[in-house]
Design a protein around this ligand. Structure first.
Ligand code: HPA
Length: 232
């Protein structure tokens, strides 16, 4: 047991999928894994381990935002020896050619958070995806969809910005999308010699103001979960 995870050593597979929402973790366990067993209920942050073909895979909620994800990723790596962490989540697109349901595979993530500035004494650290996971995901994604975007994203500390135009400065420098977790995930994986990737689906567009319908969310989500499970 760690402070925030009520699992015994060995209950969690060396590969963990991390949706933000614990109920999405439950959905993946119930719909994609065989013989899934729940290993965590602490704070409602449900985690499950089951079989995907001949692989044992775990899936657990990370919560929203970098502070929440960082707590779980620290404990998964350092207390349970997890080696591969794959976030499955949604993002807001910052580019006009990107539509709802498109897949985004972040090579790197910029951030407006202060954690890495503090870590590196004010200097910039560039958190990067694990290349092996990224290249496998890119190949699988292209097999399933012609709407796949690979590049840099922004991990924001705020969902509700004071300045509604704030995203435009990132968009002008080619940043594809905004979400709230990837920069911390990639940074912690690098710090502890683990492998990490985010597999994202566009759920809204800051360019057009469009948001996903519940049907689009349902259709977009299984595709990214499947990619994550295949590479995990
Ligand atoms: N902003 C931040 N995080 C998000 C968004 C967004 O627009 N969409 C999905 N995750």
């Amino acid at each position: 047991m760690s402070i925030h995870i009520g699992a015994k050593m060995g209950d969690i597979s060396s590969t963990v999928l991390l949706p933000g929402d614990p109920l999405r973790a439950k959905f993946i366990a119930e719909n994609f894994l065989e013989n899934a067993v729940c290993f965590n209920e602490v704070r409602g942050m449900l985690g499950f381990t089951g079989q995907y073909g001949d692989k044992t895979i775990s899936v657990m909620g990370s919560g929203m935002g970098m502070p929440s994800l960082s707590i779980y990723v620290n404990e998964l790596i350092n207390e349970y020896g997890i080696k591969t962490l794959i976030r499955v989540g949604t993002c807001g697109s910052l580019q006009p050619e990107m539509g709802i349901g498109d897949l985004v595979l972040p090579m790197t993530s910029s951030s407006n958070a202060q954690a890495n500035k503090r870590r590196f004494g004010g200097m910039d650290y560039a958190p990067a995806a694990n290349f092996d996971l990224l290249s496998q995901a890119v190949e699988l994604a292209h097999q399933q969809s012609d709407k796949v975007h690979v590049g840099g994203i922004l991990s924001s500390d705020t969902f509700y910005e004071d300045d509604p135009e704030d995203w435009k400065k990132w968009a002008a420098f080619g940043v594809l999308a905004v979400e709230m977790e990837t920069s911390a995930l990639y940074t912690l994986a690098a710090k502890f010699q683990a492998r990490a990737l985010s597999v994202l689906t566009v759920s809204d567009s800051l360019v057009t103001g469009e948001t996903a319908s519940s049907q689009q969310r349902e259709q977009g989500f299984p595709m990214m979960a499947k990619i994550a499970l295949e590479i995990g």
